[in-house]
Ligand binder design. Structure first.
Ligand SMILES: [Zn+2]
Length: 512
């Protein structure tokens, strides 16, 4: 991700506490409530020294029981997650790691204890108004290590991977606020629900109607104008008052955009937090947001998809994920253009041409195969007629093998038998005894070369008996049949001098 932030540090006026009575707890034995965490006050802060408030060991829980009907119990967003291994639950005085919530996924990071040992923070989750860090312990841990006991100091950092992940999430989250606001204000289309989706998929907002191509162009222009203006973003925090909207949940809601942004019922932080894009938008939200829009060039995908009759999904990208998308699309296009030996702009026409040519070629192959099957069937019928005319009596046995790299060899062999049957002259005594063995084999031998064989006879019992003899002769031959036809296949190639001779001898010896 080649995104360079125009500012390295969050401006001092980014986080504004508007209530004169609201204080950030300074007592390190209590945790700062979600809404006032360091990651929310200073979204560009990457590390922090802090104190452990509480620590416990969470043992892996048994697999969740499956209820009747195969449905597992729904877990609440803020319920305790399950891990396949023991995990340490740490509550800290403050944190630079954002706890998942309000539609923004959890941060990941690194915790360093006083002895210099590093621990992976796999998940941070909000339980009530408290951020709980889920830390992967070392091997064979049976209790909380002393070094992580309450009162101990730890260093908490996002690390490179953690910061890249956060930068992506906050870029999309701030872009979502901007996009939802512009669409709501200019087109009166409130956002019903939205998702930041996992990297590298595009994020989306759901609207009550699909935007037209012209509207999408207009929205994209307007959003990017605000981006190029470098509009500032800041946060205002107040005490939560009765009836006030709190934090956005990102959950589906039926109507207004604001309805989706009520305070989660288990949130007890009592903080009302408003994210403000200067001159454009004010939305209650607990997420981390960039202090400026300037890196958030936004791309709104042109064609919305209907998710129901009243909800239409509009995908968008911004920030690092947009750059990544551009890169991967460019690689795909360049590769495709290379295969087609054309320039990138000619690719769609060239692909259409190839698809069209393929269809025509397939049609031609079908026509030729039909013609070939008819010709082979007629030749065989004529051969049999000549044999009889020359005095041949009893059963006529013939083995015909062809070389073919087709995936549909069996269909061609069947077509030959049908054509043969159609060309056999109607004979007065109807005693037209024959057994035909057709084989189709790939042109070269590889470990997966498969030969297809088909038996076609005048009498069902004879076909059945002949197939049993063939299976004895060719050990890997497997197949089945119905009526006068039996088909099978084996791994290997069919050589006229080897398999062909052996089969013909076998059929002749067991002749009726
Ligand atoms: Zn938000």
């Amino acid at each position: 991700m080649a995104l360079v932030l125009p500012i390295a540090e969050t401006p001092p006026d980014y986080h504004r506490i508007v209530s004169p009575s609201l204080r950030i707890p300074s007592d390190t034995s209590v945790s700062i409530p979600v809404g006032l965490l360091a990651c929310q006050r200073d979204p560009l802060l990457r590390s922090l020294e802090t104190t452990i408030v509480s620590a416990s060991l969470l043992k892996p829980s048994p697999p969740s029981s499956v209820k009747k009907g195969g449905h597992t119990k729904q877990t609440k967003a803020s319920s305790v997650p399950t891990f396949p291994h023991p995990v340490l639950q740490l509550v800290l005085h403050d944190t630079v790691l954002f706890p998942e919530g309000g539609g923004q996924p959890t941060d990941i990071g690194i915790l360093t204890s006083e002895d210099g040992v590093t621990w992976d923070v796999e998940l941070v989750k909000r339980h009530g108004g408290v951020a709980v860090h889920y830390v992967k312990p070392g091997e064979d841990v049976s209790d909380v290590p002393d070094i992580l006991a309450p009162g101990k100091q730890v260093n908490l950092e996002l690390g490179h991977a953690g910061f890249q992940r956060r930068l992506d999430h906050m870029s999309l989250h701030t872009a979502q606020h901007l996009l939802s606001s512009v669409i709501d204000t200019s087109l009166k289309a409130p956002t019903l629900t939205w998702s930041l989706t996992p990297w590298p998929s595009p994020a989306y907002i759901d609207l009550p109607r699909p935007l037209t191509a012209a509207e999408i162009g207009q929205v994209q222009d307007q959003v990017n104008r605000h981006v190029f203006e470098g509009r500032r973003v800041h946060v205002e925090v107040d005490e939560l008052r009765d009836g006030q909207a709190g934090i956005d949940s990102g959950a589906p809601v039926p109507s207004s955009r604001e309805l989706g942004r009520g305070l989660p019922t288990d949130y007890s932080g009592g903080v009302h937090r408003m994210v403000i894009i200067d001159g454009i938008d004010r939305t209650p939200c607990c997420g981390t947001h960039l202090p400026t829009l300037s890196t958030l060039q936004l791309f709104l995908f042109p064609a919305p998809t209907a998710t129901s009759s009243t909800s239409f999904r509009h995908f968008f990208l911004a920030g690092p994920r947009l750059l990544n998308h551009l890169g991967s699309v460019q690689v795909l296009l360049t590769r495709t253009a290379g295969v087609l030996s054309c320039g990138a702009p000619e690719t769609p026409e060239r692909v259409a041409l190839v698809v069209d040519e393929t269809k025509r070629r397939e049609k031609r192959v079908e026509d030729l195969e039909r013609e070939l099957a008819d010709s082979l069937g007629r030749q065989l019928a004529e051969e049999m007629a000549q044999w009889r005319a020359a005095g041949g009596e009893g059963e006529w046995v013939r083995c015909l093998s062809r070389s073919d790299d087709s995936q549909t060899a069996r269909a061609l062999l069947q077509a030959v038998t049908l054509a043969f049957a159609a060309h056999v002259p109607e004979q007065a005594d109807t005693k037209c005894q024959f057994t035909l063995l057709l084989a189709s084999s790939p042109s070269s031998q590889t470990s997966s070369s498969t030969t297809v064989v088909m038996l076609f006879g005048a009498e069902e019992n004879r076909v059945k008996a002949a197939s049993d003899e063939l299976k004895k002769q060719f050990k890997t031959l497997k197949g089945g049949g119905k009526g006068p036809r039996w088909s099978g296949k084996f791994v290997g190639v069919w050589l006229a001098d080897r398999e062909g001779k052996a089969a013909l001898t076998l059929l002749s010896q067991t002749q009726l």
